[in-house]
Design a protein around this ligand. Structure first.
Ligand SMILES: *[C@@H]1O[C@H](CO)[C@@H](O)[C@H](O)[C@H]1NC(C)=O
Ligand SMILES: *[C@@H]1O[C@H](CO)[C@@H](O)[C@H](O)[C@H]1NC(C)=O
Length: 414
């Protein structure tokens, strides 16, 4: 009854208002035109504002832009950390001695959830990275250990609404090779059973280094079961050694390290695996500074020897750009080495040498990915950028994102 009355009243009201409108129609037409003009202007202004504040997101990038985010980083996760990425990977000591994975603290869990929720709003894939070398070997060695871990991973992803997993075992040895590759296959099968598009990746070692680290990976078998491989094409030179050089030189090494380059490593992988579009190179975000640096080695500015003090190399690795700046690296003063395509600063007066990536060296790496039909880059790690996101803001991923890579090997293979 009440409903009927209400409807009747509504109809009456509507009739009255229609009468009123028809009476004022002479005034209504210019008013409507004015309103439409105002609306168009307002929408235009809004679109302008959105574009201005939100440069095009990269989730539709045709190449991968994978950002690692470390739980240990002090940086609060922000939109700027994520807006250029296609995947974000939360890195944490997930692996327990018992061979299961779990958050090691409530703090880590909260950080992950915050990251995940933000990343999902950007349409990114959210993955977890399972690192921590010491337990892997014994877990992989038995069928029971592998099955317990694959079960644990699958239920973790489901429970925590993650989209995939990266395996970052640094590094398996030749005796682990077969069990690791069986594990990757078993994990892929279990992920596929879940009937969700979970992604699986493996981070694997640089080539060309004595001891040949890729020997612990059955690469040809693994590549079949992963969506992509993140190649650890970095740390060719670091603050632990007396020989100074860029962390991730694209080209050009000096004896006995002539093969310590991104290009040598990627040549090795591309020729062996053929599926170049599954391979990603790293962009290291950290910065290194050596002290007591001696004169340059012949024909190069970036390769130098460090003078040891009491047998120890005097050097620091900064996992925070802000800290590096506070300690005295003036990133704006970077010089460029064309042969290695890397940025550096040599301070003649204080005898320090710093090595780091910047706009120019990152663009060289993006061009390299394009040129060699690689699948993308992985950034290690986005939380290391400074408070104004100097590194991430500086790089134009848009051109790089315009074309997909195909599996064409653009290297000379033996
Ligand atoms: C991995 O993720 C992509 C989307 O980013 C999806 O198209 C693909 O199917 C996933 N892989 C698997 C095996 O589900
Ligand atoms: C560098 O790589 C080439 C080709 O694989 C190899 O012949 C050469 O021995 C390597 N050099 C060193 C110093 O390992």
């Amino acid at each position: 009854m009440a409903v009927l009355i209400a409807t009747a009243t509504d109809c009456l009201l509507e009739k009255n208002s229609r009468n009123r409108i028809s009476k004022r129609s002479t005034l209504a037409t210019p008013l409507a035109v004015l309103l439409i003009i105002l609306a168009v202007l307002a929408i235009g202004f809004l679109i302008f504002l959105l574009h201005f504040n939100n440069p095009a997101h990269n989730r539709d990038c045709k190449k991968r832009v994978i950002g690692y985010y470390e739980d240990t980083g002090s940086a609060e996760i922000r939109d700027n950390h994520l807006e250029k990425l296609t995947h974000v990977v939360f890195s944490h000591q997930f692996l327990s001695a018992e061979g299961t994975i779990e958050f090691r603290s409530d703090r880590a869990k909260l950080k992950f959830e915050k990251l995940r929720n933000k990343a999902k709003r950007f349409g990114l894939k959210v993955m977890i990275s399972i690192g921590g070398g010491q337990h892997f070997g014994s877990i992989m060695a038995t069928e029971c250990g592998r099955s317990k871990l694959t079960d644990s991973i699958v239920s973790f992803l489901e429970k925590n609404q993650a989209d995939g997993v990266d395996l970052f075992w640094k590094w398996p040895t030749a005796s682990d090779k077969s069990s690791y590759s069986i594990f990757v296959k078993e994990l892929r099968l279990k992920l596929l059973e879940m009937n969700k598009e979970y992604n699986l990746s493996v981070t694997s070692a640089p080539a060309g280094i004595p001891g040949y680290w890729p020997d612990g990976f059955d690469l040809e078998e693994m590549i079949k079961h992963v969506d992509f491989m993140n190649i650890f094409s970095m740390d060719f030179y670091g603050p632990w050694g007396w020989l100074i050089g860029p962390a991730a030189p694209l080209y050009h090494g000096i004896a006995p390290r002539e093969n310590f380059t991104v290009d040598y490593t990627m040549n090795y992988y591309a020729c062996k695996l053929k599926e170049t579009s599954k391979l990603n190179i790293v962009i290291p975000m950290d910065a290194r500074i050596w002290e007591n640096v001696k004169t340059a080695l012949p024909r190069s500015e970036v390769f130098r020897k460090a003078k040891l003090i009491d047998g120890v190399v005097q050097a620091t690795l900064f996992k925070s750009r802000r800290l590096a700046t506070e300690t005295g690296i003036n990133f704006d003063a970077a010089a460029w080495d064309e042969k290695t395509k890397s940025s550096y600063i040599f301070d003649e007066k204080f005898k320090t040498f710093s090595s780091f990536e910047n706009k120019k060296s990152i663009e060289a790496k993006l061009n390299y990915v394009n040129e060699k039909n690689l699948g993308g880059v992985w950034i290690r790690s986005v939380n290391m950028d400074d408070d104004t996101f100097s590194m991430l803001n500086d790089v134009n991923f848009r051109d790089y994102c315009s074309a997909k890579s195909f599996d064409t090997v653009n290297y000379l293979c033996a």
